[in-house]
Structure formats: C-alpha cells, structure tokens
Design a binder for this molecule. Structure first.
Ligand SMILES: NC(=O)NCCC(=O)O
Length: 350
C-alpha cells in the first residue's frame, strides 16, 4: 500500500538520534546480541597461468575487489579469502619460476595495501591468505594469512603450521612449517584465528586456536576432488563441535592448467593440471549445525550471521572444554615424544 510504513525499525532509524536509538532498542529488544556477519569468498583464477605475474595478480585483485564490494553490500563484518588467493596454486609443478614471483611482504605488499583500502572503505576485517616473502629473514617464503582490521590497520599474520606432502601438494619445497604458533586476533567483531588448509587434518592444530580463545577459525584452503572431498564436510564441522567455536572452510574452484607437464610420482603419465578444485565452502557452528555449501564449480560469496554467544552456551551444555583433560594429554605427549618411549601395550602372552 502506498505510503505504508515499511517497518517500525526503519522508522526509528530514520528519525531517532543514534544515542537514543541504542537505548530504545535495548528497552524494546533486550541486550544487544553480538551477531557477527561473516563472509567467505571462493574463486577461480582470473587470467591464464602463462600471463605475466603482475597481470595474473592484477586480474585477481580486480575480481576480489568486486566480490568484496558485494560482501560490503551484504553488511559483512569479517571477510576471508581462499588460500594463496593472489595466484594459481602452482606448487604442484615443483618449478620455482615464475611462481615465487607472486610472493610479497605481509606487512606492506600490494595485496595487503589493497586489503587495507577495502577494509577501511567497508569497515570490514579482512583475512587475506597470500604467499609471503619475508625479506627481513633472508627473503624466505611462507604460506601466510594477513589480518587487517576494519580500520585498515595491519593487525598481524598467521603462518601455515602443517605443510602437505601428499599427492601433487608439493609445498614443502617452497616454504617451511609456520613459526607464528596459534595466534588469535582480537578484532572489533570477535576473536578470530586462521588454520590454513592442510592444518585442518590435525585436531591439535584446531585445538590450540580454541585454547587461545578463538571464537571463529577460518580454514582457507586449496584442495582437489580426487584427494580430499570425502573429508571436506567432516573436518571443519567436527572441529567446530570439538572446540566450541565457529569454523569457516573455504576452498578455491576450477581447474588450473600449467605450461609445463609434471608427474605425480605415481608412475602415471605426466599432466598439466592438478585436477578440479571443488569449492564447497561452508560455515559450521559449535552445536554441529552448518550452512549448505557454495557451488563445486562457481565463484561464490557465502554470508552467514554468527551469534558468538553460542560458543559459551555449547561449552556450558556439553562441557567439552571442562572435560578436556589437557593435563593428562600434556603429560602423555611429553612422554610419547621421548626417544626411549615405550607405548603401554599389554600383550597377550598365552
Ligand atoms: N593447500 C593444501 O595444503 N592442500 C593440501 C591438500 C589437502 O589438505 O586437502
């Protein structure tokens, strides 16, 4: 009906000054729940892998800028991109050039600068996983997630703790296991952490982010159907349950073809691609619920509202943290890593 009021809230927002509106909202609806709107982006590469490095990166910068604008229109507070989002996942080739040229400074490289601009413009925390070059420490390379605050400030970085040595994931010749531990970033929208890709197979890696207080753990990934798809829906979801926090699993999409053939060291013919990156990004909650997946084949932005109160509510209900027995495992693990360790196996001698 023409002239009909759309909603009470819209009317209040239009006419009541901000400070009074806060108080009115509290009286009408009770205390403000810390709902956080999270976005995750999965995407294919944006140029041929034979194009100059600067062109490939610029094309991805452009694509992700547009997708970030879409996230901003949805009111996203925290946005995370996929693993090594500025480049094709070229580590399968075992060639150093030109792929190492994608590496850039976590603190001041062009990608962090772009994220700072976007974060500031959209009042959004951005998690940006890149190939890092650390020129302070001997020009070393790392697989790193940069976290930029919603003010555009560089908050810090978290490096990939577990490096795959499986199938065509030959990453260990490019960078070493991360040395940043299990850092948690206290942002304006919640405490977040980043468990990069292969780290999702290690329950103790997820566990440490929980111990350090994370409420949301992002898992930016690059993984292919032939290898990990049956595990995909289980691991991040199980981590959310086991650690009483939210998890966001993000995988790239598409098939990336490289100029030179490589083998998978399995006696099979050489080939030029990794297989299909199956996307299927999703978000899981501490109570075991989860969103549907994004597409297996298309770029996508998943937007999800998280009530961070659920972390404590699930802790109180299930008591997984209270019953965790870290003392027991600390002692058992300290013993198990000793060279002279004898597993307590009771043998039937009859
Ligand atoms: N990028 C990466 O660590 N991939 C490893 C394969 C997997 O964990 O599924």
């Amino acid at each position: 009906m023409a002239g009909e009021m759309v909603s009470l809230e819209q009317c209040l927002e239009k006419y009541v000054p901000e400070r009074e509106l806060k108080e009115i909202t509290r009286i009408l609806y009770g205390r403000e729940l810390p709902i956080v709107r999270v976005g995750v982006i999965q995407n294919s590469i944006a140029a041929e892998t034979t194009a100059p490095v600067s062109e490939q990166r610029a094309a991805l910068h452009e694509k992700i800028t547009h997708m970030t604008e879409a996230a901003a229109l949805c009111g996203v507070n925290i946005l995370c991109y996929q693993e090594a989002w500025t480049m094709p996942f070229a580590f399968c080739t075992r060639e150093k050039q030109p792929w190492c040229e994608f590496a850039e400074s976590a603190e001041s490289g062009p990608t962090t600068q772009l994220c700072q601009e976007l974060a500031r413009k959209h009042n959004m925390v951005i998690v940006s996983p890149i190939l890092e070059r650390d020129s302070i420490h001997g020009d070393t390379l790392w697989n790193t997630a940069v976290v930029v605050s919603n003010t555009g400030y560089y908050l810090g970085k978290s490096r990939k703790n577990h490096i795959p040595r499986v199938g065509d994931f030959n990453e260990s010749t490019y960078y070493m296991e991360g040395d940043t531990g299990h850092v948690v970033f206290q942002t304006q929208f919640g405490r977040i952490a980043v468990n990069i890709c292969y780290g999702r197979h290690h329950p103790q890696n997820w566990m440490m982010y929980g111990i350090n207080g994370a409420e949301i753990v992002f898992n930016p990934s690059a993984t292919v159907g032939g290898l990990s798809e049956p595990m995909w829906g289980i691991e991040a979801r199980n981590a959310a349950i086991a650690n009483s926090y939210f998890t966001c699993a993000i995988n790239r999409v598409g098939t990336e073809t490289f100029p030179n053939e490589f083998t998978s060291a399995d006696g099979k013919p050489a080939h030029k691609d990794f297989g299909h990156f199956y996307g299927s990004s999703y978000v899981a909650a501490p109570d075991g619920s989860r969103t549907p997946s994004l597409s297996r084949t298309h770029d996508g932005l998943l937007v999800c509202d998280l009530d961070l109160n659920l972390c404590r509510q699930v802790k109180d209900r299930w008591g997984f943290r209270m019953t965790q027995r870290l003392d027991l495992y600390a002692a058992s693990l300290s013993a198990a890593i000793q060279p002279e360790y004898q597993p307590p196996v009771v043998k039937d001698m009859c």
